[in-house]
Design a protein around this ligand. Structure first.
Ligand code: HEM
Length: 398
C-alpha cells in the first residue's frame, strides 16, 4: 500500500488576515476561513488553524495524532513549572484526578450551590442601592472572584489580586518572544501565589474543605507540591477572567434581545441562555496542540512536530451545525458547543460555571431587577483574539 502521507497537499497560507482583524472581529475572519479554506496556515500568527467544528473536535480528541506534551512553551516559564495542560497520558490524568472531587455533581448541588446563592444575594443587595451601573466591575468581576475564592480555597485573596495573577499568567503564557519584562511580572505573581497556596495548605490540612487546593493537599497519596501549585495556577489563569467574560457575553445577549429574555423568564430556560452565551462568544477562543504523528486531513498534509490551533470559537459558529450562528438566540436547542473543549483536557470547571450562572445568577438577577435594561443603544465592544469578552456592560437597573 502506498504511504498516504505522500498524497497530501501542503496546507495553504492565508496572508489576508491581520492580527488586528483577529483581535477586533475574529468571527468575520473565521466565517471566511470556514467557507474558503477551513484548514489554513495564518501568516499573521505562523500557525495552522482548524476552523470547522468536526476538525476542531478531532484535534481535541484524536490523541494518536494530536497531543499536548510540550515543555518548550512560554507557559512553563510563566507558570513556574510543567502544568497538566501541557502533559499527556497517565502523567496528565494523575494530576487531573487530584482535583476532580471538587467538581463532582453531588458536590456541586449540595456543597457549592448554597454558598453561591449566599454570595450572589450579597452582591445583588449591594447593587440594589444603585441605578446606572457597568455590570463588569459591579457584578461579573466581583462574582467571579468571590466564587473562585471559595472553589479554589485561597482564603481572602482580593479581587484585584486574583485578576492581577490571572492576567500575569495569561500574558506570560502568550509571551512568544520570551520578553523578560513580561516574565518579571509573572515571576512576581508566582511568588505571591506560591506563598498564598502554602499558607492555605497549612489551614486546609487542619480544616479541610471541598475546594481544589484542600482536595489536592488532603489526598492520601498527594501529587507533588510543585504540581499542586501549577494546577492551582491553571485554574486561576483559566477561570477568573473567563467566568467574568462568559457571564457578561450572556447578559449582553439577553439584554439586547428582550423578547428572548422574556421567554427565558417565563419558561425558566436559563440553562439554554447560559449555553448560548458560551457558544456565541467563547472566552477562550483557541487551544494549541502538537502534531504527534503526521496525518492527512481533507487532503492536506499536517506535518509532525507542528504546533496547531484548534479554534473553538469558530467551531461554535459552524454553519453546518447552527443557523445564523452570529445571532444570539437563547431559545436554541442545539447545545454541543466546544467552549469547554473536549477529549482528555476538557475543562474541569464547565459544570461549576453552569451551576453558578444557570441555577443562581441569571434567575436571581432578573428576578431582583425585573426592568434591567441596556443603558445605551450603542453596541458593546468585545476585544481579544485568544481570550475574548465585552470590555464593559452599562445598564439601568430599575
Ligand atoms: C467560562 C469559564 C471557563 C472557560 C471558557 C474555560 C475553558 C477551558 C478550556 C477551553 C479548556 C481546555 C483547554 C484545552 O483544550 O487545551 C479548559 C481547561 C481547564 N479548565 Fe476551564 N474554563 C472555564 C472555567 C473553569 C473553571 C471555573 C475552572 C476551575 C475552577 C477551570 C479549570 C480548568 C482546568 C483545571 C483545565 C485543564 C484540564 C486538563 O488539562 O485536563 N475552568 N478550560
Amino acid at each position: 500500500m502506498s504511504d498516504p502521507l505522500l498524497t497530501g497537499a501542503e496546507v495553504p497560507i492565508d496572508t489576508e488576515t491581520t492580527l488586528a482583524m483577529l483581535e477586533n472581529d475574529p468571527a468575520s475572519v473565521y466565517q471566511r476561513l470556514r467557507r474558503d479554506s477551513p484548514i489554513v496556515r495564518l501568516a499573521a500568527i505562523g500557525r495552522i488553524v482548524f476552523t470547522k467544528a468536526e476538525d476542531v473536535l478531532r484535534v481535541k480528541t484524536d490523541t494518536e495524532h494530536f497531543g499536548s506534551y510540550d515543555t518548550t512553551t512560554p507557559m512553563q516559564r510563566a507558570f513556574g513549572g510543567h502544568t497538566l495542560m501541557r502533559k499527556d497520558g497517565y502523567e496528565h490524568l494523575r494530576e487531573r484526578r487530584a482535583m476532580e472531587s471538587t467538581f463532582a455533581p453531588s458536590c456541586l448541588q449540595h456543597y457549592w450551590k448554597p454558598q453561591f446563592e449566599n454570595l450572589t444575594d450579597q452582591l445583588l443587595a449591594d447593587l440594589a442601592a444603585k441605578q446606572d451601573v457597568d455590570l463588569l466591575p459591579t457584578l461579573a468581576a466581583p462574582l467571579s472572584a468571590a466564587y473562585l475564592r471559595l472553589v479554589l480555597g485561597v482564603g481572602q485573596v482580593s479581587e484585584t489580586q486574583l485578576f492581577a495573577w490571572a492576567q500575569a499568567l495569561i500574558r506570560g503564557a502568550m509571551n512568544a518572544s520570551f520578553d523578560p519584562s513580561v516574565f518579571e511580572i509573572s515571576d512576581q505573581a508566582n511568588a505571591e501565589m506560591d506563598q498564598c497556596f502554602d499558607a492555605m495548605i497549612a489551614k486546609h490540612m487542619k480544616t479541610p474543605t471541598a475546594s481544589v487546593l484542600s482536595t489536592m493537599a488532603n489526598e492520601p497519596d498527594p501529587i507533588e507540591l510543585s504540581q499542586i501549585r501549577t494546577s492551582m495556577k491553571i485554574c486561576i489563569g483559566g477561570a477568573v477572567i473567563e467566568t467574568r467574560d462568559a457571564l457578561l457575553s450572556t447578559l449582553y445577549g439577553l439584554l439586547s434581545n428582550p423578547v428572548q429574555l422574556d421567554q427565558c423568564r417565563k419558561h425558566n430556560t436559563w440553562g439554554q441562555a447560559c449555553e448560548e452565551g458560551l457558544r456565541w462568544v467563547a472566552p477562550i477562543q483557541a487551544s494549541p496542540r502538537l502534531v504527534k504523528n503526521s496525518l492527512i486531513m481533507h487532503g492536506l498534509h499536517i506535518p509532525k512536530g507542528e504546533t496547531v490551533m484548534a479554534i473553538q470559537a469558530s467551531a461554535n459558529h459552524d454553519e453546518a451545525i447552527w443557523k445564523q450562528p452570529e445571532r444570539f438566540d437563547a431559545q436554541r436547542t442545539t447545545h454541543n458547543n466546544q467552549t469547554f473543549g473536549d477529549g482528555p483536557h476538557q475543562c474541569l470547571g464547565g459544570g461549576i460555571y453552569r451551576l453558578l450562572v444557570t441555577e443562581v445568577v441569571l434567575p436571581k438577577l432578573f428576578t431582583r431587577f425585573p426592568s434591567l435594561s441596556l443603558k445605551s443603544d450603542r453596541p458593546v465592544e468585545f476585544k481579544g483574539f485568544a481570550f475574548r469578552g465585552p470590555t464593559s456592560l452599562p445598564v439601568r437597573l430599575t
